[in-house]
Design a protein around this ligand. Structure first.
Ligand SMILES: [Zn+2]
Length: 199
């Protein structure tokens, strides 16, 4: 019955672009399939510039982008810039030593990653991360990420991690905490487009 309601909410017509199919994202993809999302585009290639990411978005025109950002800060900024300027929601996962992180950007409603860089240069969303996503951790993050994508696509509730990083500390029994970051009205990426920010 839940599935029927979700399909009625438009998931069958939704398109999610997944950047990176290994590691953490590998466990998310089956959950997206199970939700009944109509179109998934899976890309697993090295990205070299914001322009290249933008070209991918212009070609595939997704409703949401899901990215694993755990290597270079530049990649996170490229994806954020390309998504924010096109007003495409972005959901990201990554690992920071023994901590997992999930965050999202809801263009026009939340701050973006550049806001975090400008105001909280040491915030987890901006850290250079090393992936240690073993199977069980990958599965948990896949569930959390897919659920955030479901929120964005159906709007049955507000995105939980928009400009609000969720941490799961696997060195401390899986304890969780959140770290919101404020929007920056002067942000060159999203500032002029912010309307009614959550935070
Ligand atoms: Zn911003």
């Amino acid at each position: 019955m839940v599935r029927l309601r979700i399909v009625d909410d438009g998931l069958a017509d939704a398109h999610v672009l997944v950047l990176g199919t290994g590691g953490l994202n590998a466990s998310m993809i089956p959950y997206l399939c199970g939700l009944g999302i109509g179109q998934l585009t899976l890309l697993d290639r090295a990205l070299a510039s914001s322009r290249q990411v933008g070209d991918l978005l212009d070609k595939h025109r997704p409703d949401v982008v899901a990215a694993q950002v755990d290597s270079a800060d530049e990649l996170g900024r490229w994806v954020n810039d390309a998504c924010a300027t096109r007003e495409i929601p972005l959901v990201c996962t990554g690992m920071w030593h023994t901590e997992a992180i999930v965050w999202s950007v809801d263009p026009g409603l939340s701050g973006c990653l550049e806001c975090a860089f400008r105001q909280q240069p040491d915030s987890a969303a901006t850290r250079n991360r090393g992936s240690r996503g073993i199977g069980q951790i990958s599965a948990l993050l896949g569930e959390l990420t897919a659920f955030e994508i479901l929120r964005i696509l159906t709007r049955f509730e507000e995105p939980a991690y928009a400009a609000n990083s969720l941490f799961v500390d696997f060195a401390n029994g899986g304890a969780t905490h959140e770290q919101p970051w404020p929007r920056d009205p002067t942000c060159p990426v999203c500032g002029p487009k912010l309307a009614q920010p959550y935070r």
